[in-house]
Design a protein around this ligand. Structure first.
Ligand SMILES: *[C@@H]1O[C@H](CO)[C@@H](O)[C@H](O)[C@H]1NC(C)=O
Length: 150
């Protein structure tokens, strides 16, 4: 092979290395932390490709799922959830794999485990494997008293 061919192959290899990567596994957990025996939480989560359906969570029950990110780095996966608790509701992105990695370059499995804790004053997130209460950061309050279909 000529040096030109070699150089081309080296650049091609670098390009492939830069634009692809082994897909990482992500996990999302939605925990009903509303507290009372009648505090049923209704969730409906979906991405562009998957609809996870409606889930009815009693206090301290959780709904969780795992997925692998897209093979190509410039693609990303977003899951949305709609939440309903009595006459309160909320909808937001529960995970977006192009959010900056909370652990920087370490990118260990715990950094890809998103735990949402749904409480009466709003939604808390911890991105870690074995969270303690102080790991949870307040993210969103509940929205008004509109009724919504989930
Ligand atoms: C996901 O996160 C990226 C980077 O923060 C942002 O640009 C994008 O709007 C977010 N949502 C979707 C649906 O891609």
């Amino acid at each position: 092979m000529s040096w030109k061919t070699n150089l081309c192959l080296i650049f091609l290899a670098l390009y492939i290395h830069e634009t692809t990567s082994v897909p990482h596994q992500f996990e999302v957990h939605i925990m009903n932390g509303l507290g009372g025996p009648d505090d049923t939480l209704i969730t409906h989560c979906w991405s562009k490709d998957d609809d996870l359906g409606t889930h009815v969570l009693l206090t301290n029950q959780e709904h969780s799922w795992a997925f692998r990110d897209q093979f190509l780095k410039w693609k990303h996966t977003v899951f949305y959830c709609q939440f309903k608790w009595n006459n309160l509701y909320k909808k937001f992105e529960v995970i977006n794999t192009s959010w900056p990695n909370v652990c920087g370059k370490k990118n260990t499995a715990g950094c890809r485990t998103y735990r949402w804790w749904v409480r009466s004053n709003g939604f808390y997130l911890a991105i870690t494997d074995h969270p303690v209460a102080s790991d949870f950061v307040f993210k969103y309050p509940w929205d008004g008293t509109h009724s919504v279909n989930v």
